[in-house]
Write a protein that binds this ligand. Sequence first.
Ligand SMILES: NC(=O)C1=CN([C@@H]2O[C@H](COP(=O)(O)OP(=O)(O)OC[C@H]3O[C@@H](n4cnc5c(N)ncnc54)[C@H](OP(=O)(O)O)[C@@H]3O)[C@@H](O)[C@H]2O)C=CC1
Ligand SMILES: O=C(O)CCCC(=O)O
Length: 484
Amino acid sequence: MTDLTDSTLLRERCFVAGAWIDADDGGRSPVTNPATGATITHVPRCGAEETARAIAAAEAAFPGWRAETAGRRAALLRRWFELILENREDLALLMTLEQGKPLAEARGEIDYAASYVEWFAEEAKRLYGDVIPSPLPDRRIVVVKEPVGVCAAITPWNFPAAMITRKAAPALAAGCTMIVKPAEQTPLSALALAALAERAGIPPGVFSVVTGSARQIGAVLTASTAVRKLTFTGSTEVGRLLIGQCAGTVKRLSMELGGNAPFIVFDDADLDAAVAGALASKYRNAGQTCVCSNRFLVQDGIYDRFAARLSEAVAAMTVGNGLEDGVQQGPLIDAAALAKVEDLVADATRSGATVAVGGRRHALGGTWFEPTVLTGVTASMRVAVEEIFGPVAPLIRFTDEAEAVRLANDSDYGLAAYLFTRDHARVWRVGEALEYGMVGINTGLISTAVAPFGGVKQSGFGREGSRYGIEDYVEIKYLCMGGL
Ligand SMILES: NC(=O)C1=CN([C@@H]2O[C@H](COP(=O)(O)OP(=O)(O)OC[C@H]3O[C@@H](n4cnc5c(N)ncnc54)[C@H](OP(=O)(O)O)[C@@H]3O)[C@@H](O)[C@H]2O)C=CC1
Ligand SMILES: O=C(O)CCCC(=O)O
């Protein structure tokens, strides 16, 4: 880890109540580099007691933080944003080491993570209320927005920095305090962000990071009456469990869960743009993104040309350790992820799909899987139904627009969808018919801090980013002013 310019960004303790702590019982968990299998370091394996203290600190810090002016909160967030960018290289290096994504993508994620902090530092100053025309002459009806209170965030390993800032920045901007439990695989990015939040002057208890047992920490966060909101990004399975656990205390919830994004290519699409969009959407982060295209619906007339061009581009991708120059795809996060991807490809080929390119574990060994294109896939194969979370593009053939829309909507998920066509009327028809929270039209990249990110159906609820994102962290209070 000597490669870090600022070695103090490698934190091996949790950040609770403004202090860097070990687990009460001294327990520690290893953090592993998925590219080498080597242990990078260890972090505390905290449980119920440490989590309870983080909640108490967040509760104690809340009155002071909400009482700060929006301008003051904005200034502190702005400083956090600047520090994230000033330490971009170190943060990206830590991310590649613990997560495996190529360094260029890790740098991109740090910029993306910082952009949420910048955006919500600005939005902090625009949390307007409302005055509603009164039906009675002696009354005034006023609406104010107040912070929800203490918030908890449980975040995944695929975007170890951005999934934290897009929750923490709107929460802090609105005047809430927050406790984050990062994924077991990627605590170092979270702890480095906490170190920079401390450096920015964000007061003790306002932002804490607790690493350790998901089950124990989650149980305390969800059962606590002091925690007023839980925001989660991760699998639908765990999301469902957490929704159930929060029922007892009737918490506010934001759930950003799994996806099964259709990528629809119509006969009249610009083939170059569709292939470029497919590469960007499918192979980003080795396919480990909830908005990655999961199934390609390709119309008869363009199917063979699209398959050939995509396969050619995919065959040319450079796979390797994300720290090496020019690498476009790193390893999968762990052995379980590799086994799942391998199983889905095997199931598809057994059911009649053909491997156009890739299809196997990579010769590098470890948890690398070859960038893959499958042709002859049908909508009922598991690879088209389940979230792949790997670098596999299954190509399904369709005949007309109605069939494309039917296939696209035939899913329990509803996060992102993509469509490629030159027909403007079809853009509107299909864009409106898709039961998804986000639709990319002639583009494979939709993520930006200024747009609302989120899904429908079993992909969850709530929106992150944009001017809507801060609304998830405020309560609306109605003041009825009588006696005038
Ligand atoms: N929507 C998305 O962005 C993501 C989707 N996924 C999907 O989920 C699949 C499995 O990935 P996985 O990492 O297991 O995702 P999980 O949903 O299990 O993990 C996401 C977060 O939830 C935490 N968590 C897990 N179980 C509990 C629990 N009982 N109580 C509280 N917190 C809990 C994890 O902690 P810990 O790491 O300590 O277990 C992690 O911080 C992927 O293959 C993919 O299909 C995964 C990640 C992100
Ligand atoms: O997989 C996720 O949940 C992270 C989405 C990354 C993005 O914002 O594009």
